[in-house]
Design a protein around this ligand. Structure first.
Ligand SMILES: NC(=O)c1ccc[n+]([C@@H]2O[C@H](COP(=O)([O-])OP(=O)(O)OC[C@H]3O[C@@H](n4cnc5c(N)ncnc54)[C@H](OP(=O)(O)O)[C@@H]3O)[C@@H](O)[C@H]2O)c1
Length: 330
């Protein structure tokens, strides 16, 4: 094990010992975690409050408890997105060294709501994009990898026509940029104050949902991607080409999106897909190279300090954040 000389034994963290509203989060002093032979220990400089962390904390969808603990959380520290400095590496790690600046995603062990976290060296970590700060890089994975999985599931490529509903969310703003990078023609939907911001992400057309119902617009899309889970397939079907698909980030009323995805292959015409999200090292490296090339930049709503994390969580749960809420630590 190679350690930086400056690693303390104790650290500050936000923990949750039971499922519930943002108030279940509490400040605690914990031992700094010990990396295993294939892990790195990261001094976390920035994390985000995102919908994944909120989903696990509230356990709104009971199914999340199968991963996080049936009756109470198995891992008390949330925080799946991180950016920080490697301060220790396990003996089998050759991908990173002490002093490297990294960013990434870990929804297996979480842990970024703390001054130090352990993550697998061959998991979702990569070197910080050249010239990027920790707060800029922290939101490069959560919403963006969901968007990436969904665009891949819909087989989006050059010339595809994509409509992104909820283009200002972490997932939606990522989807606009990723679809443009794949060569798709992108129509995005958001409210009046954000139209210019979404055009700046590369959307070819922006529909202002304050003045226009996107479902009444002419269109023939290969993908209608509802990045905020507010629509229904039956109201969007007419916008799709015969081989087109509808993907939503939510289950829909009575989980209809899962059911429709299962039976969709039995019927002709547009179908629903409900891909299970995954993230690989190659995905994170891809996001890094796009960031360095200037083709991917997460929208940041606000940057707050560590002590404001609970307040930031309440804000994220209003469903009104624009892109991402970043938390700086230390
Ligand atoms: N359970 C989980 O683990 C999990 C994980 C990740 C994501 N998700 C789901 O994925 C969705 C997106 O998450 P996110 O973090 O990308 O974004 P988000 O915070 O949910 O989305 C915020 C944006 O949605 C737009 N919006 C709000 N209400 C809307 C409505 N009725 N119709 C259309 N747009 C609306 C707003 O922009 P405008 O005002 O400009 O339209 C706002 O900027 C959420 O539904 C979330 O629950 C769930």
């Amino acid at each position: 094990m190679k350690y930086s000389a400056t690693v303390p034994t104790r650290m500050q963290a936000w923990t949750y010992r039971r499922y519930g509203p943002p108030d279940v989060l509490q400040r605690e002093e914990l031992p700094v975690p010990t990396p295993g032979p294939k892990d790195i220990l990261v001094r976390v400089h920035a994390t985000t409050v995102n919908r994944t962390d909120c989903g696990f904390r509230s356990a709104e969808y009971v199914i999340s408890r199968l991963f996080s603990g049936l009756f109470r959380p198995k891992r008390p520290v949330l925080g799946c997105e991180f950016a920080g400095e490697v301060v220790a590496v396990g003996e089998q790690v050759d991908r990173f060294k002490v002093g490297d600046k990294v960013f990434g995603y870990d929804d297996q062990r979480f842990g970024a709501y703390a001054e130090y976290m352990v993550t697998a060296a061959d998991g979702g970590a990569a070197l910080l994009p050249q010239g990027w700060s920790y707060p800029e890089a922290a939101p490069l994975t959560e919403g963006i990898h969901y968007a990436w999985c969904d665009l891949k599931a819909a087989d989006i490529g050059p010339g595809s026509r994509v409509l992104v509903y909820g283009a200002t969310g972490a997932i939606g703003s990522g989807a606009v940029q990723l679809a443009v990078s794949l060569g798709a023609e992108v129509t995005a939907v958001c409210t009046t104050p954000h139209v210019e911001r979404i055009k700046a992400l590369g959307a070819h057309k922006v529909i202002d949902r304050n003045t226009t119902d996107f479902r009444t617009e002419p269109g023939s899309f290969d993908l209608v991607f509802d990045a905020v889970g507010k629509s229904r397939f039956k109201h969007c079907r007419h916008l799709l080409t015969p081989n087109g698909c509808y993907i939503s980030t939510e289950l829909g009323p009575r989980s209809e999106n899962v059911f429709l995805a299962m039976v969709g292959g039995l019927r002709k015409g547009p179908r629903v897909r409900f891909p299970l999200p995954t993230i690989s090292q190659a995905d994170v490296e891809h996001f890094r190279s796009m960031a360095e090339a200037g083709t991917l930049r997460p929208l940041i709503d606000r940057v707050v300090g560590f002590k404001e994390l609970v307040e930031a969580t309440r804000y994220v749960e209003t469903g009104q954040k624009i892109g991402n809420v970043v938390v700086t630590i230390g």
